[in-house]
Design a binder for this molecule. Structure first.
Ligand SMILES: NC(=O)c1ccc[n+]([C@@H]2O[C@H](COP(=O)([O-])OP(=O)(O)OC[C@H]3O[C@@H](n4cnc5c(N)ncnc54)[C@H](OP(=O)(O)O)[C@@H]3O)[C@@H](O)[C@H]2O)c1
Length: 245
């Protein structure tokens, strides 16, 4: 049975990705920074008959928590097939470039960028033991610097100095990680779930968590001929699903 660790999976898009992967026969380690919330989320899935799920405490902005999650998983597994770096925060708004509090930028980068790198590095040894390791970094359409330079883009005016840049940095990390593993069995991609109604945006998003999670699951389940080092966004390019960086 394939195994997957999803960070920030106690609710919203991460939770729905857990559900869809359980339905496809994966064993899901449901990451949650508060274990109680993780237990509750796992309980909901079990109540639906999706039993191959276990909550695991992991705060991606806390090195000790990441290390103990690795230790915990190491007791249960020799190898991990999939890592979904989903946990993310927007940070306090507005994030006006000339006035944003530097602490807001640091907080957002701690979770969305440094957190992803630390989690990835910590679980790499287990992923390397998989026959077909997959890493999906959950990014945002707002990460595209190319589109941010195009006045005709629908999100052209949605500019902030913390959240978007943290995801652009995450994309850059995705490129270099995919490059490092280009001749291996790894597939490493950045996937935008789309503008989705969740707590993240006070449910102003226009898409559903089902569609958002489907986009993530699509790149979890790619085969050995599948892409690596690509920024996928249906929102930024409905025709090809590939976004410019
Ligand atoms: N919703 C959108 O429109 C949209 C669009 C593009 C990209 N995204 C990205 O999609 C991902 C999921 O977003 P969402 O809409 O599902 O957001 P959400 O409803 O706010 O849920 C975020 C999840 O991440 C967790 N989290 C936050 N900080 C964490 C940390 N330090 N350690 C571990 N978990 C942490 C939250 O845990 P708690 O419950 O404990 O807070 C929650 O489980 C994010 O990376 C976001 O940037 C979302």
């Amino acid at each position: 049975m394939k195994t997957v660790l999803i960070t920030g999976a106690n609710k919203s898009i991460g939770f729905e990705a857990a559900r869809q992967l359980l339905q496809q026969g994966y064993f899901v380690y449901l990451g949650s920074r508060h274990l109680q919330k993780g237990w509750e989320a796992a309980g909901k899935l079990k109540a639906e008959g999706l039993n191959n799920v276990e909550a695991i405490q992991i705060d991606v902005s806390n090195a000790k928590s990441i290390a103990s999650a690795r230790k915990e998983l190491g007791k249960k597994l020799q190898s991990l097939d999939v890592l979904i770096n989903n946990a993310g925060i927007r940070g306090a708004v507005p994030q006006t470039a000339s006035t944003v509090n530097i602490d807001v930028i640091r907080e957002v980068f701690d979770t969305n960028f440094f957190g992803v790198i630390e989690v990835t590095q910590t679980f790499l040894d287990l992923l390397k033991n998989s026959d077909a390791p997959r890493i999906v970094n959950v990014t945002s359409g707002l990460a595209s610097l190319t589109l941010h330079s195009d006045p005709k883009w629908k999100y052209y005016s949605v500019k902030g100095a913390a959240y978007g840049p943290s995801k652009s940095a995450l994309n850059a990390y995705t490129v270099v990680l995919a490059y490092e593993f280009r001749n291996t069995k790894f597939k490493v991609n950045a996937v935008d779930p789309g503008y989705t109604a969740t707590d993240f945006n006070d449910h102003r998003g226009t898409g559903s968590v089902e569609d958002a999670a489907k986009r993530i699951v699509r790149y979890v389940t790619i085969g050995e001929d599948g892409p690596t080092g690509v920024f996928f966004s249906d929102d930024n390019n409905p025709e090809t699903g590939v976004s410019p960086w």
